[in-house]
Design a protein around this ligand. Structure first.
Ligand SMILES: Cc1ncc(COP(=O)(O)O)c(C=O)c1O
Length: 329
């Protein structure tokens, strides 16, 4: 058994778990199940909330009154931090990456409603992100505040606990459903969900592989980033677990034009899945990963015999509203 650190209760869990019968029949491959982590909350929803349960607990344990975090201008993570910070009475400062003057829509609109302080930086300024964090932490120290830094996506050894716990929850879902899926599939961006699930399946003895579909960067990047998160976790919470034996399985075939940019096939799939299953995907994360899974099913990359695949829906709905012009209505 594994000893979890302190966490706050911020996510609505366990999240629903059920099969997508019509879509599975249409694809004619293994049965697809959905784990609805897009239902961890209403506006404070998605995979980040699970990570933030541990990160906010750590921040409060350290006596911090301010949270600094970073991400793209439509970051789901930053939106979740802004809203949860407001809920907990903490000041939130977001460092957002954008090259043009962004419109106050989607996640950014919610950041603003939540009262977060927002600093916009260009892509080239963002390359010195470590120094930006340092600068703002010093700034708050000078004001007599104590600021807690959460890395992009909440992906580090602390945030990873969210998906170590989620793996345990999935194990219970599998037992209840009487299945032993061949794979848990999900979108990977900053790597923490992938690191947590990969480690979580190992520690909870779940005989299911974890397959991450990249929405940016390549396999080599995720190999390095996920291992770095695992090493950070090991350094903070020493154990006998051999993290080097874990299989970090990333597919980078479906990244598309760039991070945050999707081709017409992704928007077509978003429409199809919404109409067929009442399930909303987004063009930045879940749409790309779901598309990759469907294509790989069609290509026969998943076993037909072993039966079941689980798609972890990590949220991202507000990002869809920021790109509604590509839906063609
Ligand atoms: C909706 C959504 N799905 C997936 C991810 C990827 O998770 P991670 O950053 O832990 O790789 C993110 C975060 O970046 C996200 O917002």
């Amino acid at each position: 058994m594994i000893a979890y650190p302190e966490k706050l209760s911020l996510a609505q869990t366990p999240t629903p778990f059920y099969p997508l019968e019509r879509l599975s029949a249409l694809l004619g491959g293994p049965r697809i199940w959905i784990k609805r982590d897009d239902l961890t909350g209403a506006a404070t929803t998605g995979n980040k909330v699970r990570k933030l349960e541990f990160l906010f607990a750590d921040a409060l344990a350290q006596g911090c009154d301010t949270i600094i975090t970073s991400g793209g201008v439509q970051s789901n993570h930053c939106r979740a931090v802004a809203l949860l910070g407001a809920q907990l009475g903490l000041k939130v400062h977001l460092l957002l990456r954008s090259d043009s003057q962004p419109l106050p829509i989607g996640n950014l609109l919610l950041d603003q409603l939540a009262g977060a302080t927002i600093s916009h930086y260009s892509v080239s300024e963002f390359k010195a992100l470590d120094r930006l964090f340092e600068y703002w932490q010093n700034h708050y120290r000078g004001q007599g505040s104590r600021a807690y830094a959460i890395p992009t996506g909440g992906s580090n050894g602390v945030g990873m606990w969210g998906y170590i716990a989620a793996a345990e929850e999935l194990g219970n879902d599998f037992t209840r459903a009487g299945i032993c899926p061949q794979a848990i599939v999900h979108a990977t961006g900053s790597g923490g969900t992938q690191a947590g699930l990969t480690l979580g399946c190992h520690v909870h003895k779940i005989e299911t592989s974890v397959k991450a579909y990249a929405v940016c960067d390549d396999i080599a990047y995720f190999q390095h980033k996920v291992l770095a998160d695992l090493q950070d976790w090991q350094a903070r919470y020493p154990s006998q677990i051999d993290i080097n034996s874990l299989v970090i399985d990333t597919c980078d075939d479906y990244v598309g034009p760039a991070y945050g940019k999707a081709g017409p096939e992704i928007f077509a799939l978003i429409k199809q899945v919404a109409a067929m299953e009442g399930l909303l995907l987004d063009p930045v994360y879940t749409g790309k990963a779901f598309y990759g899974m469907c294509e790989d099913i069609k290509k026969g990359k998943y076993s037909q015999q072993e039966g079941d695949i689980v798609f972890l829906h990590t949220g991202g709905l507000f990002g869809l509203f920021a790109q509604q012009q590509y839906l063609g209505y």
